[in-house]
Design a protein around this ligand. Sequence first.
Ligand SMILES: CC(C)(COP(=O)(O)OP(=O)(O)OC[C@H]1O[C@@H](n2cnc3c(N)ncnc32)[C@H](O)[C@@H]1OP(=O)(O)O)[C@@H](O)C(=O)NCCC(=O)NCCS
Length: 193
Amino acid sequence: MAPNPKNIGNRPVVTLTTDRLALRPTTPADAQRAFEIQSDWDVTRMLRMAQFPPDAEDMAGWFGEHRQEWIAGTAFRFAIERQGRMIGLVDLDEIDGEEGELGYWLEKPSWGQGYAFEAAQAVVTFAFEQIGLARLKTGHAADNPASGKVLLKLGFRPEKAMRKASRSRGEEILHQSYSLASEAWRNRAGADR
Ligand SMILES: CC(C)(COP(=O)(O)OP(=O)(O)OC[C@H]1O[C@@H](n2cnc3c(N)ncnc32)[C@H](O)[C@@H]1OP(=O)(O)O)[C@@H](O)C(=O)NCCC(=O)NCCS
């Protein structure tokens, strides 16, 4: 039986492992690496809520909140590590009742090798099987087909496309939203659980 989502606060800190990656809870020390990765416009232009260029102090402040968010059960943010090096981040945030939002970003040299799918798949499993969420939401800029492919492979279904403000681009963009219900995840074709 899925855990009661009301009990997600005080959840012990966990590390998830996949074939090629370790996903460990972020620490304040990750802010510098995140700053480096988000200093690449090709990464940050796809992140609707991010600032470009990134601000080191704001980044440190954001990473400084992650442990408290984890304890409160409002967000679970994982550094994606490949051979001991942080290559990106995958997170669940905006957790409200039984719903949450999935997000991810990787340094450009690590694109195109299936890492985003591998990391997101582990975090979706964590969301449904360990946190007990019933539904995940997410979305991507219409000009970000790579993210769309990752979401479709995970079983997310497209919902509305609408114009939304992008902080990084300083303008409105066309944004495609998606959702995935835990039932659909459990019943997906080829499910191994
Ligand atoms: C989006 C992002 C996370 C994808 O990471 P990734 O590790 O390269 O993704 P994966 O390798 O798991 O899968 C990418 C898929 O998109 C495909 N793809 C890549 N570029 C594409 C393009 N321009 N058009 C269509 N498909 C594309 C790949 O071929 C792959 O498909 P496949 O699995 O069928 O071969 C990465 O590009 C990134 O960090 N971008 C910047 C930040 C960002 O966009 N975050 C998501 C915000 S919604």
